[in-house]
Design a protein. Structure first.
Length: 347
């Protein structure tokens, strides 16, 4: 992690944050600043924050850490938290922040008009910033794409010993299973999960990049992973990662039904926010045309705003139908998904 005046490492987070946010609220407001807790890595958001400061003069102070760590921190700090905004990944994490009582509605017509209803909290507690797709990735030459259809079909015997996917404690998989519960019900989804476990090529381990690398190395023929990891590998400059990513192709499942599973990175205003006006300005900036195009070009994520510019790489993977489930439902069904995965033996 590179040091930055905007970044406080998780190692010294407590002490450094206290120093960074030591100004009284009245002084902070007078100087037009906003304090951000971010579960996104510095390189995935800081350039946008710098651009926001250039355009508005509003200073952004950022603390980064894991999503669960930031949520616990907000809960422990309560109304005394210095944070005005929380940026985190996955609707499941955004739902948990709201359920924990550490967020409040954002009053912004700009956000409501820009973000499709499915990608924001019904009560305005959080809004999507970028769209993340989780399709089927297959090894070219080992899988005939015409044999692929749906997520559900991955439980069929023909895929035994051929699938790589990360563990059940990963929120991306929990949300994907939650979307299947919403579509197919608990009983059918549990039967599917048991079939998927039986078809795994190895016990789940590592992140999404590791699943792609394992497929390229011949350990499996199919990987389930978010496309922005694939994009990151292709643009990494690391020959081994680039070679692994080039070995797989994207297949969009469930195109004749509900569509491919998608999720968001999103933003929420904390219940303790003291710089509300500046916080709203930043949230609105992050859904503007410049920011949305940046997500696609640099982060390899799809814009959450309809008709926003898409990068050539994302365009090369083809158009697809996305599941239009209201993403807050994924958070609601998250606990059911975790219990179901446990019963299915998904480690």
């Amino acid at each position: 992690m590179k040091p930055s005046s905007y970044l406080i490492s998780s190692i010294t987070g407590g002490i450094a944050a206290a120093l960074l946010f030591a100004l009284p609220p009245s002084v902070a407001a007078a100087e037009e600043e906003v304090n951000l807790y971010s579960a996104r890595k510095e390189e995935l958001i800081k350039p946008l924050l710098d651009r926001f400061t250039e355009q508005t003069g509003i200073k952004v102070n950022m603390v980064t850490d894991k999503a669960e760590t930031l949520l616990k921190r907000l809960e422990s700090e309560g109304i005394n938290s210095p944070a005005d905004l929380l940026v985190t990944v996955d609707a499941g994490n955004l739902y948990r922040a709201k359920a924990a009582g550490v967020t409040q509605p954002i009053d912004s017509d700009v956000l409501i008009e820009a973000i499709p209803e499915a990608y924001r909290d019904p009560e305005g507690h959080w809004f999507g910033l970028s769209l993340r797709a989780r399709p089927i990735l297959y090894v070219e030459g080992k899988v005939d794409p015409t044999s692929l259809t749906t997520y559900e079909a991955l439980a069929e015997p023909q895929w035994k010993g051929r699938i790589c996917i990360r563990s059940s404690d990963n929120v991306y998989n929990q949300s994907m299973v939650a979307s299947m519960i919403a579509a197919d019900g608990v009983e059918a989804t549990e039967a599917w999960a048991k079939g998927l476990v039986a078809n795994m090529a190895r016990p789940p381990k590592g992140g999404d990049r590791d699943q792609i690398a394992a497929a390229a190395a011949g350990q499996c023929d199919i990987a389930i992973a978010n496309t922005y990891y694939l994009a990151g590998m292709l643009s990494s400059g690391d020959p081994s990662q680039m070679s692994a990513a080039e070995a797989v192709r994207v297949f969009w499942p469930n195109q004749d039904g509900r569509g491919a599973h998608v999720n968001v990175s999103g933003i929420a205003m904390t219940g303790a926010a003291k710089n509300k006006e500046a916080a709203i300005k930043l949230a609105e900036f992050l859904v503007g045309p410049e920011s949305q195009a940046w997500y696609a070009e640099v982060n390899g994520e799809y814009p959450v705003v309809p008709d926003a510019q898409v990068s050539d790489l994302l365009r090369s993977w083809g158009d697809f139908k996305a599941d239009d489930i209201q993403l807050s439902k994924l958070g609601e069904l998250g606990p059911d998904a975790v219990r179901l995965m446990d019963r299915a033996g998904w480690k």
